[in-house]
Design a protein around this ligand. Sequence first.
Ligand code: AQP
Length: 325
Amino acid sequence: MKIFSGIQPTGQIHIGNYLGALKQWVELQEKNECIFCIVDLHAIASPYDPKKLQDLILEKAIAYMAAGVDPAKSIVFVQSEVKEHTELAWLLNTVTPVGDLSRMTQYKEKAKKFEKNLNAGLLNYPVLMAADILLYKTEMVPVGEDQLQHVELTRTIAKKFNLRFGETFKIPEAHLPKIGAKIMSLQKPEKKMSKSDSPESFIGLFDEPEIIREKISRAVTDAGKSIKYNPKLKPGISNLLAIYSVFSGLQIKEVEKKFHGKGYADLKKQLAALLVLKLETFRRKRKELLQREVYVKEILKQGAKRAEVIAQSTMQDVKKKMGLI
Ligand code: AQP
């Protein structure tokens, strides 16, 4: 199966990004044709520092590989290095209803956040995402729950294009993990964990042990004492239980049983210990890769070349269908 997914280079990769996206990528790359992108063109739609962008991009390539993405199995590249992404995005804009774009939850949230300085890039973000996906005739998109709506819109855009210009794109499916599709903020457990929030609201994939312990000990919990999974009534504890469940491989019910009769402090202590242990390999691999900058840059260069070949072939087809050549 053909698979495409990406992460924005802004901020620090957190365990939400790992469980929603990266962990699935690592599993899927074993038996599929995978393309994993660092989507820098998406990142520039929100305020950012141009001087820091290249470092953040390299950091994300290192993060992908430290988490287990294998460049021998998957194509890894930077979005802006394959110009067909922006070219296809413009063409897809012409079949995308503005009404659909303005109804996107992420757009509505960003529109509130950047009320005084709202750029058209934030509205058109899902069209570029559709181009990223459709350019590679993708069949499956492994993402977290927050991106489900954008994949749905990609499907709509692909169908509209196929109907108007003839069968061109495969209709991709989103692929969500069973648990971990939406990890919540440690500080506001009714909100998803986000790179752009304050550092104490997320566990970075490479956070040092003492930082992990501190962030988990400060995580917001709920009224009462029982350790029960109930996201509506106990969002804080439920989030901690979900994180424990995915990193331990135990079912939520089994985790509840393990902590039956114990206090919130016990759960936090053991969760912190589990995370320190499970993230250790990632921290070590990242430190190794930080010493191999030239090698990582070469991976990205080769990745872009391979992606470009596929992208150019799709663009030829799209342009022919649209009467542009
Ligand atoms: N909290 C989450 N739980 C599970 N999956 C998540 N993802 C993001 N947050 C969670 C998934 O991670 C991938 C990368 O996302 P992105 O970089 O495109 O940006 P995002 O979805 O907007 O993620 P962030 O962390 O919240 O970034 P900012 O703060 O920069 O907007 C996607 O597959 C996403 O579903």
